[in-house]
Design a protein around this ligand. Structure first.
Ligand SMILES: [Fe+2]
Length: 310
């Protein structure tokens, strides 16, 4: 089966197959965005007015803190952006609650961002570059094995957004788990994935601070997230992996299309494209219908029998 599972508008009532495709590491693609977009005048403003007011590569709305980051603008502009992103986030959340209801239980809505910069040729350092194929690791601090779900809309009126992928993480681990330092010579898990006492102390401290400042939760980490960071860095840093054509494919997302994917399991790179909405949600692994596809469980399946019983 191809990496991309396409759902036309008339297929949207069959939520079960969308859930199936998403959980089994596919890119769920909607040729026409199922989310109503802001009117054309607002989109034009986002395309032409915003780039001058950027402080970071993305402008993000953080619902838990009720604020915008990445923008250097006056109060009226900030408020306008906040309204646009809050509304988009509400539409995406409602759509997902209807289509993939089981995954919406206890989820954490992370951020809703607008990406106004051309992805091609940004010449970022390897770890920051979206142009190198990777899996996402540790969104908003520790996921501790929960899933990173991203929903994208290309609101460019004439240019495709182009991704590259080298397949789902199960294939990457199969090919490179050892080189990435996650498996030993016998193919068994070489890293710890569950939290020890020190990890729990750190998480408790971060939890305390984030009651005062919700954005502080990015400081949290976990052994699982560190393992995923290791894989992420390996994929971006290792010349042999970068040059390895196995599993490589390019995917084009035309203007006004949308797609969603677990970016912690489907490898991806943004080769080119400009102007997208990106919503990030942390989904609980325990609510997956097919938890065997979760990277945490794929890694745990490599744990040596002796340490499983320990
Ligand atoms: Fe990514």
């Amino acid at each position: 089966m191809s990496l991309v599972a396409t759902f036309a508008a008339e297929q949207l009532s069959t939520g079960e197959s969308i859930l199936d495709a998403l959980e089994s590491s596919h890119i769920v693609f909607f040729p026409r965005s199922p989310i109503a977009l802001p009117d054309e005048a607002t989109l034009r403003y986002l395309r032409s007015g915003l780039p001058a007011q950027l402080r970071r590569k993305n402008i993000s709305y953080h619902p838990e803190a009720g604020r915008i980051t990445g923008l250097a603008a006056d109060a009226a502009t900030t408020q306008r952006l906040e309204g646009i992103l809050r509304e988009h986030l509400a539409s995406v959340s409602a759509f997902l609650r209807a289509q993939i209801a089981p995954l919406s239980v206890d989820w954490t809505v992370g951020t809703c961002s607008v990406r106004p910069i051309q992805e091609r040729g940004r010449n970022l350092k390897p770890h920051a570059s979206n142009e190198l194929v990777h899996v996402d690791a540790g969104a908003y601090g520790a996921t501790d094995g929960d899933r990173i779900l991203r929903f994208f809309v290309n609101f460019n009126d004439h240019e495709d957004r182009v991704w590259a992928s080298k397949g789902p993480i199960e294939q990457i681990l199969e090919r490179c788990g050892r080189e990435a330092g996650l498996f030993d010579a016998h193919g068994q898990l070489a890293v710890r994935l569950t939290k020890g006492p020190m990890d729990r102390m750190l998480s408790a401290a971060v939890h305390g601070v984030s009651r005062l400042n919700p954005l502080a939760r990015v400081l949290d980490t976990s052994p699982y997230d560190r393992a995923m960071r290791r894989l992420h860095n390996y994929m971006k840093d290792d010349a042999a992996f970068r040059d390895d054509p196995r599993g490589y494919e390019e995917i084009r997302f035309p203007p006004y299309s949308a797609w969603m994917v677990f970016t912690d399991s489907v490898s991806h790179a943004s080769l080119s494209g400009q102007y997208a909405f990106v919503t990030t949600i942390i989904v609980r692994r325990r609510h997956m219908k097919r938890p065997q596809f979760a990277p945490f469980n794929l890694l745990m399946a490599h744990q040596a029998a002796s340490s499983k019983s320990a």
